[in-house]
Design a protein around this ligand. Structure first.
Ligand SMILES: [Fe+2]
Length: 114
């Protein structure tokens, strides 16, 4: 992370693929209620419209109507990622990045348009 707002910037490969290892984000209060755990994304690519979005995690009890943010779309299925255990292939790839155990994996494929 490069600042105190927990932001990071990285570049995808030639096919647009990217991966990273991080800690599972927590929830934070907005008024009396908690926002669902999420990661903000700003995705840019030459010749495409910028995508600014948030990505949520399945089985979070603060999604949708329970989210105090009215404009965050946390009930949108395309923004809610399935959290799963890593496969053997995932573990091989993760071992090249970090030496600590990783027990959850999500896949996020932001779609960009011209
Ligand atoms: Fe946030």
């Amino acid at each position: 992370y490069y600042d105190d707002r927990c932001r990071v910037q990285f570049t995808a490969d030639q096919q647009g693929a990217f991966s990273f290892v991080t800690t599972m984000p927590g929830k934070y209060k907005l008024g009396y209620y908690y926002r669902p755990a999420h990661i903000h994304y700003r995705v840019t690519a030459h010749g495409y419209r910028e995508v600014v979005t948030q990505q949520y995690f399945s089985h979070d009890t603060s999604l949708g109507v329970n989210d105090p943010c009215d404009t965050c779309n946390s009930g949108s299925p395309e923004l809610i990622l399935d959290v799963r255990a890593p496969t053997a292939d995932d573990l091989l790839q993760i071992a090249q990045l970090v030496s600590f155990p990783v027990n959850k994996v999500v896949e996020f494929n932001p779609v960009m348009s011209h």
